[in-house]
Design a protein around this ligand. Structure first.
Ligand SMILES: [Zn+2]
Length: 404
């Protein structure tokens, strides 16, 4: 429940063996290595050696991250008695040194106490870093704030971590559910080569089995099952998740919500993945691009910067003339976020930009297939931009307009 102080599991078991297996035995009590500044949000304490501007963007992302987790968990997550700690190092060497001789295998991890990551873009991509932070951040949130009786089934814990890990940052919020084409092809290949476990075995998989065979195939499978279920069976998934938090029996509950015949569900899952188009989440991707451009346009408009057209904005942005001032009131954003959105915007030609009577931007994308994305600013809402998506009108056919 929101407002209730969460202390881990209701049973009082704070750190379970299974979690230790995944998170490792490296505890973060002595973590500070190097000169780290401390920043505080309602839910996190961030320790970092990044610049103030970069740290402020990290804080905004942490707020968006917990908003995303809470959208999912609703009243099943409580408030932490102690804030969640997050150590973020700017240099890979300092990150390694903080493990005192034990070598981490990725850009971040949750050790059962703290979330720890490295934001060194000389070693990891920006996207890769945040994928790990959002993934491991879910483990920390789930461990510390879910009011659960027992640990979640491992496939569910890791599947959600993968789902949240892939959420895209727009500058104002995180949007989950986009599927990149490379990952889609990998999943399709694995389905074709029968590398995945039968669904029944996946759902019943123990934490020991997961840890023994920890490999990318398992992550691909749980991530892809989660993508499928969030799209095709969202209500059943939420109901099953609630049952798991309440400590009900795993497989019987799964069958209650998804049907007794798991082979049928497995077939649906495989058919769905194998029939995805080349751009598997085109609508979600375009929505993310539109919202990201709006995150910049909105901040620029508040500084008195407006543009005669979308093309004028794109041109100014490509020439580096849309850098935000150091401390805009609603948060500084990395120029690389804009650069990435501009590259994606080039996939479409029909962009339109105007300003409403309050001088706030209204950005419209009309896609080649006729789908319209119209983004405008919303006053007094936590998410300050809303995108309305209008599907393309079907072309009239003789069958739809019969002669009388
Ligand atoms: Zn994980």
């Amino acid at each position: 429940m929101i407002g209730r102080c969460a202390t881990g599991y209701r049973s009082g078991v704070r750190i379970l063996l299974g979690l230790l297996l995944e998170y490792g035995a490296i505890q973060g009590d002595d973590r500070p290595a190097g000169d780290l500044k401390r920043y505080v949000t309602p839910e996190y304490v961030l320790y970092t050696d990044l610049s103030d501007d970069a740290a402020r963007q990290v804080l905004a992302r942490l707020v968006a991250m917990t908003d995303l987790y809470r959208q999912w968990t609703g009243d099943l997550a409580g408030a932490a008695c102690n804030k969640l700690s997050f150590y973020l190092y700017g240099r890979y060497d300092d990150y390694l040194a903080s493990f005192r001789g034990q070598r981490p295998t990725s850009a971040g991890r949750y050790d059962g106490v703290s979330l720890c990551a490295v934001a060194d873009t000389n070693v990891f991509s920006e996207k890769g870093i945040w994928r790990v932070v959002q993934h491991e951040g879910w483990h920390q949130f789930s461990h510390r704030l879910l009011q659960r009786e027992t640990p979640l089934p491992i496939w569910l814990e890791e599947g959600l971590a993968e789902y949240f890990g892939g959420a895209a940052w727009t500058g104002d919020r995180l949007i989950p559910g986009a599927i990149d084409a490379e990952r889609m092809r990998r999943v399709q290949r694995r389905i074709g080569a029968k590398q995945f476990r039968p669904l029944r075995k996946l759902v019943a998989m123990s934490r020991d089995e997961w840890s023994e065979a920890m490999n990318i195939v398992n992550y691909d499978q749980v991530g892809s099952v989660m993508q499928f279920l969030t799209r095709k069976h969202p209500d059943a998934l939420k109901a099953y998740f609630r049952d798991m938090v309440l400590g009900r029996a795993n497989l019987p509950s799964f069958r209650t919500h998804f049907g007794r015949n798991l082979k049928t569900l497995q077939k649906q899952y495989e058919t769905w993945w194998l029939s995805l188009p080349d751009r598997p989440s085109a609508e979600r991707d375009d929505q993310i691009t539109v919202e990201t451009l709006m995150a910049f346009l909105r901040r620029l408009a508040r500084q008195g910067r407006t543009f005669d057209s979308a093309e004028a904005f794109f041109q100014a942005a490509r020439q580096g003339r849309c850098v935000l001032p150091a401390r805009p009131p609603d948060g500084w954003l990395l120029p690389t976020l804009l650069a990435e959105a501009l590259t994606k915007a080039r996939q479409h030609e029909n962009w339109r930009l105007r300003y409403d009577s309050n001088h706030r931007p209204v950005l419209t994308l009309t896609r080649e297939d006729g789908t319209v994305f119209r983004a405008r600013c919303i006053s007094g809402k936590k998410i300050p931009v809303r995108v309305e998506i209008t599907p393309a009108r079907p072309t009239p056919t003789t069958a739809q307009s019969p002669e009388k």
